[in-house]
Design a protein. Structure first.
Length: 492
């Protein structure tokens, strides 16, 4: 039931975020939208890097220490580490504000924007750390309430402020305040339970504790660095390698932002699913059901790939109305690159789910290899394509490098014991059809669905049984919830 509540709350939350994004596109100029896009992307990059990956290890190790009665010790030590690293990192941001302004906004004149980002960083780090903690504790209801509250507060305050005076500081400030208030509510909610958790009388030596945790956290940190750089490199290279004036370059980033509003919803949903299943996968791995973990991830990859591809087709069909009517025709370049933006985001969503196998197998260094490969390829392709094709080149470079990154991840996972079949490879190739247009995307989806229904090539017998069991359980729950809407067969 907690998962159902979380999913419903997430749908509402993402709807609020989508509405906020639409109004941002209507009310902000492309340049201002580009500034917010760069500031927000930098926040997402810098926040996990500032704490050196420790909160990212909660999903893997919190259950390990909780089962041994060391939850409070684990949380106390990691919280102190996170606080110290955060203070040092934010101080670095303030001291080198002009240099960061040049990096983020393409000009050293926007120092006040960096100061606003630094102030917001405190709230973002707290919010992200709590999200990782509560997800690892499987407190999905609290996570859903916290994220819903943050989204609602940010939408309301930011839209109220930009109707009076649109500025980067007002938007960034609204985001920080929303994160802080939502985090405080979550802390008040869960603090009594954390304080009363059982503790073991046996102390954990610091050397044993930190040697294992930091080894894992370091590669989480490297992976976060590579993944966020991968997500940000195309927009940064538009600013610095496109040969454009900073104002024009920020306008192009604004067009790119408009094309990502809907596709990023798919990535957010994949990230949510990945966070939901990771504690369960970690539990199965700890008790020795490692083959089952591989099967579950393999099935998740197929379901996510097919589902996001189908949604992507609907987005392509609705694209002209969204950009021409709702966005008032201000972002024509965003509409032009929407197909390849969708393709890249669908592939990225599959990647988010597939990487859980290497996390469970405690091979974070291997998880960094595909990201490093994809990042290098992305930089190279952007360097070649942006001067020639501008925004179109940046989007195409990102989509191609994301596909290569996912293929490398699955190959490494297969070498570590994860079973892959032709259906898995067909799933990761399928989103390329979105970049080619509506008709190729429809044809590709039809072929894959036909194979899934008529042959064992796409879905194994175990996967078919799982799907059948899921549908049966879902129908039974619906009958219990809505007996009048779904009467028993013998009553028809």
């Amino acid at each position: 039931m907690s998962v159902v509540i979380l999913m419903l709350a997430t749908v509402v939350q993402r709807s609020i975020g989508f509405g906020r994004g639409v109004l941002f596109c209507r009310w902000l100029s492309p340049e201002m939208l580009g500034q917010w896009e760069m500031a927000y992307s930098f926040l997402l990059l810098f926040a996990p890097l500032a704490v050196l990956g420790i909160p990212g290890s909660y999903g893997r190790y919190l259950e390990h220490y909780r089962q041994r009665g060391h939850l409070r010790t684990f949380l106390r030590r990691t919280t102190v580490w996170t606080a110290v690293c955060s203070v040092g990192s934010i101080g670095l941001l303030l001291v080198f504000a002009p240099q960061f302004s040049e990096l983020v906004f393409g000009s050293s004149q926007n120092v006040t924007g960096i100061y606003a980002v630094a102030a917001c960083m405190v709230a973002v780090i707290v919010h992200h750390t709590l999200t990782s903690l509560l997800t690892a504790l499987r407190l999905f209801r609290v996570v859903s309430i916290m994220n819903f509250l943050q989204s609602l507060l940010f939408a309301g305050s930011a839209l109220a402020l930009i109707t009076q005076e649109a500025s980067l500081i007002s938007i960034v400030g609204s985001y920080g305040v929303a994160c802080l208030i939502a985090s405080l509510v979550a802390i008040v909610w869960v603090w009594p339970g954390l304080r009363s958790s059982e503790t073991s009388t046996e102390a954990i030596p610091h050397i044993a504790f930190w040697s294992r945790l930091l080894r894992f956290a370091f590669f989480v940190w490297v992976t976060n660095l590579l993944s966020h750089l991968f997500a940000l490199v195309d927009r940064t290279m538009i600013l610095h390698c496109g040969g454009m004036d900073p104002t024009v370059a920020l306008e192009q980033v604004g067009h790119y932002h408009s094309s990502r509003i809907v596709p990023l919803l798919l990535v957010s949903f994949a990230d949510l699913l990945s966070g939901l299943i990771m504690p369960h996968l970690s539990h199965d791995w700890e008790v020795g059901h490692r083959e089952l973990v591989g099967r579950q991830i393999n099935l998740s990859v197929k379901i996510m790939g097919l589902g996001m591809h189908a949604v992507g087709i609907c987005v392509l069909l609705a694209g002209p109305f969204l950009f021409n009517s709702i966005f008032q025709g201000k972002y024509s370049d965003g509409l032009a690159v929407l197909p390849w933006t969708l393709a890249g985001c669908v592939i990225s969503g599959i990647y988010v789910v597939a990487q859980n196998y290497l996390w469970c197998a405690e091979h974070p260094r291997l998880a960094a290899v595909p990201l490093g490969l994809g990042l290098g390829l992305n930089v190279l392709l952007n360097f070649i394509l942006i001067p020639a094709w501008g925004l179109h080149g940046a989007v195409l470079a990102t989509a191609v490098s994301t596909a290569v990154c996912l293929a490398a991840l699955l190959i490494l996972s297969q070498r570590q014991g994860m079973q892959l079949d032709p259906g898995s490879w067909a799933t990761i190739i399928l989103p390329i059809g979105l970049g080619l247009g509506i008709l190729p995307a429809l044809v590709g989806l039809g072929m894959v669905v036909l194979l899934a229904v008529s042959t064992p090539w796409m879905l194994s017998e175990w996967e078919r049984n799982q799907a059948s069991e899921f549908l049966s359980n879902g129908t039974a729950k619906l009958k219990n919830m809505f007996p009048k809407l779904l009467p028993a067969r013998n009553g028809l």
